[in-house]
Design a protein around this ligand. Structure first.
Ligand code: SAM
Length: 286
């Protein structure tokens, strides 16, 4: 069943006696044009398996089923299961898993039902956008791309340039694992209930291997996290606190890396983070 309007969503809610659950970040898409554009943007065809996170009432799922070989969905809200039975009854290439996408076992169960490499498509619950993206990037899954709707501000953080206000841990991690492209903006009127913020659709294409080689991945992420711990502090202050190193030693490390000692973490490129974490790693195993 194609869901194209607010009146249809309201009819379904009445029929199943349900209401949008704020706690699960439920903002349902009601705009036909936008739903078609999101499904088209997922770049899927009858040879592609798709994982959808949070199908809700199935407005996007229906479009994905028409385009993909198979669609597996993870939905936390058990109240949506009878709704999905009803709205997706025309499709025999869809499976719904009732569970939390942040639970590794639930993700593995979903992925085990998909041929690889698979794609991910979702209008994400905004309260857990970052953990969901990181779980799929760090989880070692054989996935080709993720086409995701999220709060505009998070999309801007993902795509930010060094030195900008939005540049942070998420930007550096994303740049490490993937190519990212902003596709388009979606206004609050396209949802019910209307969110307070604008949304953006972005495509995250996972690289075959991380963009840079580092000696120790744990150290790399530790250095990135420490560098942004206090945004207003300099890199030297943040690193000296996190690694319990005198500032003079941190300055010497930065000088060996060719990084100015008065710089803040938000100005470092991915490559500079790579060099810096290698240098600190070598120092710790000396
Ligand atoms: N895809 C539907 C649409 O576009 O109309 C609904 C999108 S709504 C923004 C987010 C959906 O994710 C809801 O159906 C919500 O119940 C579901 N959800 C929220 N947290 C979840 C979680 N931890 N695991 C799986 N699904 C979740």
């Amino acid at each position: 069943m194609e869901i194209n309007s607010l009146s249809q969503i309201k009819d379904i809610m009445e029929r199943f006696n349900i209401a949008p659950n704020k706690g699960f970040g439920q903002n349902f898409l009601i705009d036909k044009g936008v739903l078609e554009k999101i499904a088209d943007a997922a770049q899927i065809d009858k040879n592609t398996d798709v994982l959808e996170i949070g199908p809700g009432m199935g407005a996007l799922t229906d479009r994905l089923c028409s385009r993909a070989k198979k669609v597996v969905c993870i939905e936390i809200d058990g109240g949506m299961l009878p709704v999905l039975d009803y709205t997706l009854c025309d499709h025999d290439n869809v499976e719904i898993i009732n569970g939390d996408v942040l639970d590794k076992k639930v993700r593995e169960a979903a992925v085990s039902r998909l041929d690889t490499p698979f794609s991910i498509s979702a209008n994400l619950p905004y309260y857990i956008t970052t953990p969901i993206i990181m779980a799929f990037l760090e989880g070692g899954y054989n996935l080709s791309s993720m086409t995701l709707m999220m709060q505009k501000e998070v999309a801007e953080r993902i795509c930010a340039d060094p030195g900008s206000k939005s540049y942070g841990i998420l930007t550096v991690c994303m740049n490490y694992y993937a190519d990212v492209k902003i596709l388009f903006t979606i206004s609050p009127e396209c949802f019910y209930p209307r969110p307070k913020v604008e949304s953006m659709l972005i495509r995250i294409s996972k690289l075959e291997k991380p963009r840079i080689n580092v000696k120790d991945e744990n150290m790399f992420f530790k250095v990135v996290k420490a560098s942004f711990a206090m945004r207003r502090k300099t890199l030297v202050n943040n690193l000296s606190g996190a690694f319990k190193m005198p500032k003079s030693e941190v300055c010497a490390v930065l000088e060996r890396c060719g990084i100015p000692t008065d710089i803040r973490g938000e100005r470092l490129t991915l490559e500079q983070y790579g060099v810096l974490s290698d240098e600190i790693f070598s120092k710790t195993v000396e």
